[in-house]
Ligand binder design. Structure first.
Ligand SMILES: NC(=O)c1ccc[n+]([C@@H]2O[C@H](COP(=O)([O-])OP(=O)(O)OC[C@H]3O[C@@H](n4cnc5c(N)ncnc54)[C@H](OP(=O)(O)O)[C@@H]3O)[C@@H](O)[C@H]2O)c1
Length: 280
């Protein structure tokens, strides 16, 4: 097996750190691309990207905070230009399933002239234990809009395994994979599964998007984060086409995707959902 030099942008994040682990396990030379890494990679400092790209054969790209936000398209265009100059041979882009703005960024990668794979993922399971849904779960009351929408939550373990195959094997070049979990669940069903796995009482409260946004404003959440959350709840969850299950994970990994129950039982065993919230 040829050992390669691989830059993993977002290499300490939800998918990136798992990809770094899997690639290192197979002996590849991995460089983490993040603000805390050396050399540092910051999406807001394009003048410094060449240091992180230097000597890399392949790059896994996760953009922060989301490919749908203003400025993402220009950043991806610039990254692709710099990757070309650095003679990078393959790009694997993590994209959001059902995000029209993200598809514009995908097009930049697709037309880069560099080999590529696009990995479009639906909502991560891990939003409930590593992201903005952890706090409400710990509070025991989860109030969310789009209560009736059925969501094909996907596990970041599966995304990472697919991405690693895409990075290492040329047979995935030119593919757009759409990754979903094996079932459609409402938020209420997801919360009930977490409550059951962690042996806790957690109440789900359906609210409107306006009420949710107002709650974030009252809690002084920054406006650009509120914009992104509104976008994800309206454009992505509000689009019925996104309530579908695909079999791309099974096609690539030759096994079934991880179910939400398996995810919830694994996370519950770590105790994270039974820990007390820190009070300031
Ligand atoms: N969450 C979902 O449900 C979901 C679904 C589909 C697609 N996605 C896509 O997945 C991607 C990752 O989203 P996520 O929320 O799961 O985050 P994440 O991967 O957990 O992101 C954190 C990573 O990004 C790095 N980072 C943060 N700000 C950065 C900056 N300005 N420049 C460079 N690196 C930075 C962090 O390291 P440092 O702090 O050291 O910089 C860390 O490595 C996004 O593009 C999102 O659209 C997410």
């Amino acid at each position: 097996m040829k050992l390669e030099n691989i830059l993993v942008i977002g290499g300490t994040g939800k998918t990136g750190r798992k990809i770094v682990h899997l690639l290192k396990e197979s002996g590849h030379n991995v460089r983490v691309g993040s603000r805390s890494a050396q050399p540092s990679f910051d999406w807001h400092q394009p003048g410094n990207w060449s240091k992180a790209l230097s000597g890399m054969d392949k790059v896994y790209i996760t953009y922060q905070p989301d490919l749908a936000v203003p400025g993402a398209l220009e950043a991806i265009e610039e990254l692709v230009n710099q990757a070309r100059k650095s003679s990078v041979k393959k790009l694997v882009l993590l994209s959001g399933k059902g995000e029209r703005e993200a598809e514009l960024c995908e097009q930049v990668v697709i037309h880069s002239g560099i080999d590529y794979t696009i990995v479009r993922a639906s909502w991560f399971n891990q939003n409930f234990n590593e992201n903005f849904l952890l706090d409400p779960v710990l509070d025991g009351v989860v109030a969310l809009p789009q209560a009736e929408v059925k969501i094909p939550f996907v596990d970041t373990d599966d995304i990472a395994e697919v991405a690693v195959k895409a990075i290492l094997d040329d047979k995935h070049n030119g593919q757009i994979y759409q990754l979903t979990g094996p079932e459609l669940l409402t938020f209420k069903q997801a919360i009930a599964t977490i409550a059951n796995a962690s042996n806790r009482a957690i109440t789900f409260v359906p609210i409107s998007i306006q009420e949710y946004s107002q709650g974030m404003r009252d809690a002084n959440v920054p406006e650009d984060f509120i914009w992104l959350i509104e976008y994800l709840f309206t454009e992505v969850l509000g689009n019925p086409k996104n309530s579908e299950i695909t079999n791309d994970i099974e096609q690539v990994l030759k096994r079934k995707p991880i179910s939400f129950t398996e995810y919830a039982e694994k996370v519950a065993a770590t105790g994270v959902w039974n820990s007390l919230k820190e009070t300031v």
